[in-house]
Design a protein around this ligand. Structure first.
Ligand code: FO1
Length: 308
């Protein structure tokens, strides 16, 4: 059997960007993207799955490239009216985006699984690769700060990542069942490589690894596991990665992230700016800042070439 299957672990904006690049290089049937669901939460009675939606919108060409989340061509009548009613507007839901949350919530309440709904939405919007939640069970990232434990979206959006992060927890992970398609792909004789996208290791990747069986399945998959550094020149490309690393007492560098992944990864992709970094894994270099679609495709090619 030819080895063509690529499994990518993705969360946040950086993950979605590389997933898009990979979708232009790997045949749709050979790309399975494991989506982090630790960011998920209930808001206004709706089930919101930000990392699944960022991936789906990005691969469907519907993503809002200015905001980095939600949809392009958005209108905000719902939020304006909600504000006039004194409702909570800290987490912004565009009118088109809202339809997805309402429909997902309706179907979940009707007994469908998150993964079945995710697959159907992707199909309807022309997304070829498989987007699979790490689990159909609820896993929720929580942040311990000086004021106590807070939910992820309260930390990330409500408080704009200001609270100091003392500890992270992934509530529900120990009881969550890894999605069978993820475990099957990682055990497949057709597996070529596992790609850990340039996502925040703590809030986008480690919730996935916290689901029982997934870390072991990656460790035992027998093919290269490559992570792309989310840090370039000591700074996070986007989001709170660098701030969090400092607060969690880790070296804020590309090498610090490689050390965090440790023996789980066999290869590590660094930006040229960090060429001198000393890492335990096999180090590869490429431009890792993705602005244009060509950047994303070029990085995807470099990643697959590094593990060929
Ligand atoms: N991020 C924000 O910073 N502000 C928002 O108002 C916001 C709304 C939002 C709505 C839907 C959605 O899918 C994502 C949204 N995000 C927002 C991003 C969200 O916080 C994600 O968890 C981050 O992208 C990190 O993965």
């Amino acid at each position: 059997m030819s080895r063509d299957l690529v499994v990518a672990l993705s969360g946040g904006i950086g993950g979605a960007k590389l997933a898009l690049g990979l979708s232009h290089v790997v045949a749709p049937e050979d790309l399975l993207i494991v989506a982090n669901t630790g960011d998920d939460f209930e808001h206004l009675g709706l089930s919101v799955s930000p990392d699944i939606d960022t991936l789906t919108y990005t691969l469907a060409g519907l993503d809002n490239q200015v905001l980095g989340w939600g949809r392009r061509d958005e209108t905000w009548s719902f939020m304006e009216t909600l504000e006039s009613l004194g409702g909570p507007t800290w987490f912004r839901l565009g009118d088109r985006d809202l339809a997805l949350h309402v429909e997902r919530t309706r179907r979940l309440r009707g007994g469908e699984t998150l993964s079945a709904i995710t697959a159907d939405v992707a199909r309807r919007w022309g997304v070829g690769p498989r987007i699979v939640p790490m689990s159909d069970d609820a896993v929720r990232t929580r942040v311990l700060s000086d004021g106590g434990w807070i939910d992820f979206q309260d930390y990330f959006v409500g408080q704009q990542c200001r609270p100091v992060v003392r500890e992270l927890a992934f509530a529900g992970a120990e009881a969550a069942v890894a999605h069978p398609d993820v475990l099957a792909a990682l055990a497949s004789p057709g597996l070529k490589a596992v790609v850990i996208c340039p996502s925040n290791p703590f809030i986008s990747v480690e919730p996935i690894l916290a689901v029982p069986g997934i870390r072991a399945a990656i460790a035992g998959c027998g093919v290269p596991v490559i992570a792309i550094s989310p840090i370039i020149g000591g700074k996070a490309v986007k989001g709170p990665t660098a701030k969090m690393m400092g607060e969690l007492g880790l070296e804020v560098s590309a090498a610090g992230v490689a050390a965090r992944y440790g023996s789980l990864i066999s290869h590590y992709m660094l930006d040229h700016e960090d060429a001198g970094a000393v890492v335990a894994q096999r180090a590869c270099q490429a431009p890792t800042l993705m602005r244009t679609l060509q950047d994303k495709i070029a990085l995807a090619r470099a990643v697959l070439a590094a593990v060929a």
